[in-house]
Design a protein around this ligand. Structure first.
Ligand code: ATP
Length: 324
């Protein structure tokens, strides 16, 4: 392996608040350790097209508070082909980059894992996604901010729900993970959450109908995870209509990804960013850096990608108990 002297860094997949804070931490920690930093724009696409720019400490000034990613992000199908990855590797060699830090989610780490098996390049991953669906870290960067955005939005919806005395279904992101729906429901005092992990959708609907909507409460709010299985909030609403209910549906959509990162996400991103460069200096490779029980951990990409991080079932009981 070449001596480590130049780190390339990119953001990839869905953007998440706190990615900029992570980029800032990586850049400054690398420079502090006398390493060069080259920023790669638009994720793996920029690696293939050669959109690569040297970064100094000032390049990351005034970005810790900004949402999104100043490096831009992209979905890049070409990186899923051997030809695309060959081109990416040629660009790394041309630029003198001898290690990579990738900030993203599951897909980003899958790409990194394949790339690192084909080519001699150490890669370290930083978990940046609002979904919190990665094994090996208690929280992903962006999750806390998204949770706060959801809580604010549901607070506003509740004003209308209680004035109109209606049932509202609020769809939140999360792909196949129910973290945003479950914890968002607890934080906003919602009546329930329909999430993919706990019980079947059928059971959850029946439970809701029996215990939730027909009580003395004059309004109900239920958070629903987006899910192909259930059809999300619109799918649930259609089935509730068949049972005589007339729910309103709100899909929160991309507002969940936006906004200035919370203090918790900025701190998480700063800590993991520093640890990611330390890991490369320690000759670690092909791992994601996470935090579990307040300790930095290194998780091999294949575990971060494949292993499941189940939601805590007792938190569902907490939600149920508090919505009586
Ligand atoms: P989020 O969880 O926020 O959606 P993500 O990192 O999972 O983020 P994806 O769009 O799934 O986002 O993946 C990002 C990029 O990773 C893809 O555009 C592609 O370039 C690369 N990638 C994903 N899967 C593979 C794969 N099997 N082989 C090579 N590259 C991949």
């Amino acid at each position: 392996m070449h001596k480590l002297n130049c780190i390339g860094v990119l953001t990839s997949g869905g953007d998440a608040p706190g990615m900029n804070a992570a980029l800032r931490a990586v850049t400054r920690t690398a420079i502090f350790n006398n390493l060069q930093v080259k920023a790669i724009y638009r994720g793996y696409r920029g690696l293939i097209t050669g959109e690569i720019v040297p970064f100094q400490t000032e390049s990351v000034s005034n970005i810790i508070q900004r949402g999104g990613t100043i490096l831009k992000t992209a979905r890049c199908p070409e990186f899923q082909t051997p030809e695309g990855r060959r081109q990416a590797y040629d660009n790394l060699v041309r630029e003198g980059i001898n290690a990579l830090i990738v900030i993203g989610g599951n897909g980003t780490f899958t790409g990194a894992h394949i790339f690192s098996q084909e080519y001699e390049i150490p890669i370290v991953g930083i978990p940046g996604t609002i979904d919190n669906d990665l094994y090996g870290t208690d929280s992903t960067i962006g999750y806390d901010t998204a949770l706060n955005t959801i809580t604010d939005a549901v607070d506003k919806i509740r004003d209308t729900a209680s004035s109109l005395e209606r049932l509202f279904l609020v769809e939140v992101m999360g792909r196949d993970a129910g973290y945003l729906a479950l914890y968002g429901a607890i934080a906003s005092g919602a009546e329930s959450a329909i999430i993919p992990e706990i019980v079947t959708e059928e059971d959850q609907l029946e439970g809701l109908i029996q215990n939730g909507f027909r009580k003395t409460k004059n309004s109900s709010i239920v958070l629903v995870s987006e899910s192909e299985k259930t059809g999300g909030a619109f799918g649930i609403a259609a089935r509730l209509k068949e049972k005589g209910f007339t729910p309103h549906v709100t899909k929160l959509g991309h507002i969940q990804r936006g906004g200035s990162p919370s203090a918790i996400d900025r701190i998480l991103a700063s800590r993991i960013g520093v640890a990611a460069v330390d890991a490369l200096l320690d000759e670690q490779r092909n791992i994601m850096v996470g935090i579990v029980k307040d300790e930095i951990v290194h998780v091999p990409f294949n575990r971060a990608i494949k292993d499941k991080k189940p939601v805590e079932k007792y938190m569902f009981d907490v939600l149920r108990l508090l919505s009586i």
